[in-house]
Ligand binder design. Structure first.
Ligand SMILES: *[C@@H]1O[C@H](CO)[C@@H](O)[C@H](O)[C@H]1NC(C)=O
Length: 455
């Protein structure tokens, strides 16, 4: 009897010892002793994005801004595409890649999603925990992108608790509203995800969010006590309104994948960047271009349109086939639709040289905003966009730098109006050029820089 009690006690104490030995190292908040003071960074920040770093412009801008202000950054995320070159070359930014989940766990099927989803989450928990709590050195701050919130919020909170790190959540949208697009808003998993998000975000020291509208939702529905600081997206410096008249044709031709693309005198170049997902209904643009084509074929005042669509995503193939069949059936007169995959710098040049940008983003929560419109404004490009959601007016001023629509009819009316009368388009362009002077650092320094103690 006594023997077995001793055995159990021994096992428990060894287990505890192992656990304690395995605890991640903690951040040491003490000020540096005078000797090493000069070389210590002003602060240290882990940035976590459970997504591809290269496709997370806002998290990359955070990293660059922190490093520029004298902080040390470790950015943790997937490395499927090349991150911004400045990120790679900066001596005070390092990247900790997360191992991606095995490909077979990615599924479009709703039924399989319910089985593979939890497996994928389990895999992510293990990989994330390793990167966050062990590979990355202890830091003063952890800035986590939300969504995805599962499992990143939970793992981030635990790691912050054990390592004495302050957690800051950067709200781009809500995890549950994205899940609701896939499963429907009444699905029990969606409700569970909302509860999870509401519960875990309470642990954070502070919050950033992308719109004032989102701030009200966080305050009202999530009842957060910590400060919530709206930090609007602004374009980074590579999006600038400097059209390059010689380069423009080359880029249009590259994008149109045709050396001999015939530019009629006043061809108007339309740019849309899409993620080809269900929350960006591409059929709206196709329908609008079909309507435009019908009107333009009998109205000589309406110019040719070259529509260049950039981006990669799940529904791309389906729409490519549809576009090809419309072209070959001769239904697109005076309209050419081409898809392109451009480097960041070519994309920036394309935006600066095009006539009009189109945004099809419909916003799952109503309070997030499309970053691509921010980039278009950065390049001085006016925008027409899907506007039937609450936060739209925080980004676009109707008739000044862009116009909103709520249907394919609305979009085609705008196209006709703007392309038939170049004065209107010029007015919008002037508005967009003005907008382009508002840059990321101006927004970031007084809000995020101040919170992190960098300014
Ligand atoms: C990197 O951080 C150190 C402090 O740790 C600082 O002295 C140095 O200037 C920083 N480098 C750059 C390029 O900002």
């Amino acid at each position: 009897m006594i023997d077995s009690i001793i055995n159990v006690a021994f096992c428990v104490s060894s287990l505890l010892t192992v656990l304690i030995l395995l605890l991640p190292s903690q951040y040491d908040p003490r000020p540096p002793s005078s000797g090493e003071g000069s070389s210590r960074p002003k602060t240290s920040v882990q940035i976590l994005v459970l997504g591809d770093i290269g496709h997370s412009p806002r998290m990359q801008y955070h990293a660059l801004s922190i490093a520029k202000s004298g902080g040390k950054v470790v950015i943790i995320g997937y490395t499927e595409s090349d991150p911004h070159p400045d990120l790679i070359s900066h001596p005070n930014i390092s990247i900790v890649p997360i191992q991606p989940p095995p490909a077979f766990l990615q599924t479009k099927s709703k039924l399989l999603f319910l089985i593979y989803g939890p497996l994928k989450v389990l895999f992510q928990v293990v990989c994330l925990w390793r990167c966050l709590a062990y590979t990355a050195p202890p830091s003063r701050w952890l800035l986590v992108q939300n969504p995805p919130s599962i499992p990143s919020l939970a793992v981030a909170s635990l790691s912050c608790f054990l390592r004495q790190t302050r957690l800051v959540i950067d709200w781009h949208n809500f995890g549950y509203s994205i899940l609701a697009l896939k499963l429907g808003s009444t699905h029990p998993l969606v409700r569970l995800s909302l509860t999870y998000e509401k519960l875990l975000c309470k642990y954070a020291f502070a919050h950033f969010c992308v719109t004032d509208a989102m701030r009200s939702v966080l305050q009202r529905d999530f009842q957060l006590q910590a400060p919530i600081l709206p930090l609007h997206d602004r374009p980074a410096s590579h999006f600038s309104p400097i059209p390059d008249p010689c380069g423009a044709h080359r880029i249009f031709e590259t994008a149109a994948r045709s050396k001999r693309y015939e530019f009629e005198g006043n061809t108007q170049v339309l740019v849309s960047s899409t993620s080809w997902t269900p929350d960006e209904d591409f059929s709206v643009l196709i329908e609008a271009l079909l309507q435009y084509s019908k009107l333009a074929s009998s109205n000589p005042n309406l110019p040719e349109i070259l529509a260049i669509i950039t981006g990669k995503g799940p529904q791309k193939e389906m729409y490519l086939q549809k576009i090809a069949s419309l072209h070959s059936a001769g239904k697109l007169k005076k309209v050419t639709i081409r898809t392109a995959w451009l480097s960041m710098s070519d994309y920036a040049k394309l935006l600066a040289s095009a006539s009009l940008g189109v945004s099809l983003h419909t916003s799952s929560s109503g309070v997030d905003l499309p970053m691509k419109v921010v980039d278009m404004f950065g390049a001085g490009l006016p925008v027409v966009g899907w506007s039937r959601f609450k936060a739209w007016p925080e980004l676009v001023t109707e008739g000044v730098n862009g116009m909103g629509f709520g249907s394919a009819d609305g979009l085609s009316k705008h196209l006709v109006e703007l392309f038939a009368d170049s004065k209107k388009l010029e007015t919008l362009r002037a508005g967009a050029q003005k907008e382009s002077t508002r840059r990321w650092d101006d927004e970031w320094n007084p809000i995020a820089g101040k919170l992190l103690g960098l300014t």
